[in-house]
Design a binder for this molecule. Sequence first.
Ligand SMILES: [Mn+2]
Length: 341
Amino acid sequence: MIIVLKPGCTPEQVKDFTNTLTNEYSIKVNTWVGTQSTVLGLIGDTSAIDIDYISAQDFVESVKRVQEPYKKSNRKFHPDDTVITLPDGQKIGGGGLALIAGPCSVESKEQICDIARRVKAAGAQFLRGGAFKPRTSPYAFQGLKAEGLELLKEAKKETGLPIVTEIMSANHIDMFLENGVDIIQVGARNMQNFDLLKELGKVKTPILLKRGLSSTIEELLMSAEYILAGGNEQVILCERGIRTYETYTRNTLDISAIPILKKLSHLPVVVDPSHAGGIAWLVEPLALAAVAAGADGLIIEVHNNPAKALSDGAQSLTPDQFDKAAEHLRAAAKAFGRNVE
Ligand SMILES: [Mn+2]
């Protein structure tokens, strides 16, 4: 961090400020006294220093970070890729292609078990399904809640597929763990629910963290930092489209976020082409683009009767469509040198 002090700053002010910084943080301060102004170079872990506090000092002209404010998710301090490995051996990261598939919402035992069987047969290694649904309208279907988790457990018992499902409140963490949820999803709308992120930092279950619809890449990494800083090192980042002026698609899939996240961070990156495009026929091309850009996995909505789905039917693939998409995605991943069968 570089701090430029205003001209006219007295040597006492510089000394007092430097002492305050070195006493409060484990850093060193290098001071350069120029003819016009004094520049301080802070060396060490500056991630805990509040840049606004520095700027608020009346003798400070400007302040600039030269290092990213996220540390635990930063590849600089952790050059090797993080690979999430579940107890049954399924992996996210490490050169393969993880396919997470299933309905937007869990609707009934028949529905979730039928879809689970079909996506497994198509090669998906994980089952997704929403039990707690964050809907834009309070009048829309809100999910089967606890019953939905029970039904996911049944589908897992039947197919062996690990479960990925979204949490909306820290009050539900125990319920998720008791029901054997394998990967807890934090949805786009909760990406900056910091109290929830802190609580998820205390569990050992992997967390799939979706990017907020208007969040920057750095904000996503700072949210991951909340979970990592709490002690849970198993975080999967998810690009799911951001809001732009384009209205043809539900969101705009930010393809560039994939290589950028892979460069800045060691965490695996999964892409959600379903919520990005919002239209079933767009899912496969967006997913193929994500594979080409280096995504470690895809989370795709599949419904056995999209026309009757209680949520997100328009963007859901039928099991037959998913069969084809999975085949094409595996072929593409192989062509890009990925480790898939
Ligand atoms: Mn959905």
